[in-house]
Design a protein around this ligand. Structure first.
Ligand SMILES: [Zn+2]
Length: 286
């Protein structure tokens, strides 16, 4: 087996694009620092809505393939080489928005057996032995079935890894501090008349917003990491329209593109002060 770098970061996400929106700066920064960054995406987002009219014909497996290509391009922008689909491409399909009949599709991720899916993620953990794992909170950040299931599978896999003798030292959930979100939306409302977006989203549309005191880590985007994040988001052109420092999803509502990314530590020893490095307190472990 080839020797992996001393520091290893694993991110677990639901669809191609979630990684760039939530963690683009973090992934670019750590990849540039020589950390082994692994992304596991659970579905190819086959039920996502497509923004560009010229690609609107794409759906189902064809959209999944297209989004897989977008993901590759995004990973190139972030400098991340190790990215995988949970159980291989097409193993689990997009479950669609909560409450839709799509949720009952036996092949969709929402219908997956959590232990079985977590077993697949455990294989990755055993191989990569990440010290740090990043995923969503128990509501998946905003209630999408695939995001909730991603949370369940990731957290179960962390438990299985502990039992298997390859514990993950630190687990973080993606967060945005409420004060940061509110200030960013204040600026957005002022800027809106000059933007190519007609309407703005609200703080409630942003996944993972919590009171500031729950934030335990903030990873700031230096110039190159922030630029890489914007480029990675642009690569997901079926899903995202970028106009820095803002972007919109298929609902066409403008929202802030955060170049500092925030986290809540849910496993591992907390620091007295807010961390600026997800590996804080971790020595190099073999
Ligand atoms: Zn998603």
């Amino acid at each position: 087996m080839t020797e992996l770098p001393a520091r290893r970061l694993l991110l677990v996400h639901a669809h191609p694009d979630d990684e760039s929106i939530n963690n683009g700066v973090t992934m670019a920064r750590y990849a540039a620092e020589g950390v082994h960054v692994t992304l596991v995406t659970c579905t190819l987002g086959e039920r996502g809505e497509v923004i560009p009219p010229e690609l609107a014909h794409l759906g189902g497996a064809a959209l999944g393939q297209h989004r897989h290509r977008e993901l590759r391009e995004a990973m190139r922008a972030l400098g991340v080489h190790d990215f995988r689909l949970l159980g291989g491409a097409g193993r689990f399909s997009d479950s669609g928005m909560m409450g839709l009949p799509d949720n009952d599709d036996p092949g969709c991720f929402w219908q997956a057996d959590v232990d079985q899916a977590a077993g697949l993620l455990l294989e990755v953990i055993r191989e990569v032995r990440p010290q740090v794992l990043v995923t969503y909170d128990d509501n998946g950040g905003y209630g999408h079935p695939d995001h909730i299931q991603t949370h369940r599978v990731a957290m179960r896999a962390v438990g299985l890894a502990e039992e298997a003798g390859c514990p993950v030292a630190k687990v973080y959930w993606n967060r945005v501090p409420r004060s940061v979100a509110e200030q960013a939306f204040d600026r957005l409302r002022e800027d809106l008349p000059r933007l190519p977006f007609e309407k703005a989203a609200t703080v409630d549309d942003v996944p993972g917003v919590v009171d500031d005191q729950r934030i335990t880590a903030a990873v700031e985007g230096t110039g190159p990491a922030a630029a890489a994040k914007a480029a990675a988001m642009r690569a997901h052109a079926t899903q995202i329209t970028v106009h820095e420092p803002y972007f919109a999803l298929s609902n066409e509502l403008a929202q802030p593109l955060f170049t500092t990314e925030y986290y809540e530590l849910v496993r591992g020893r907390p620091s007295d002060i807010r961390e600026s490095d997800l590996f804080a307190g971790i020595g190099a472990t073999p």
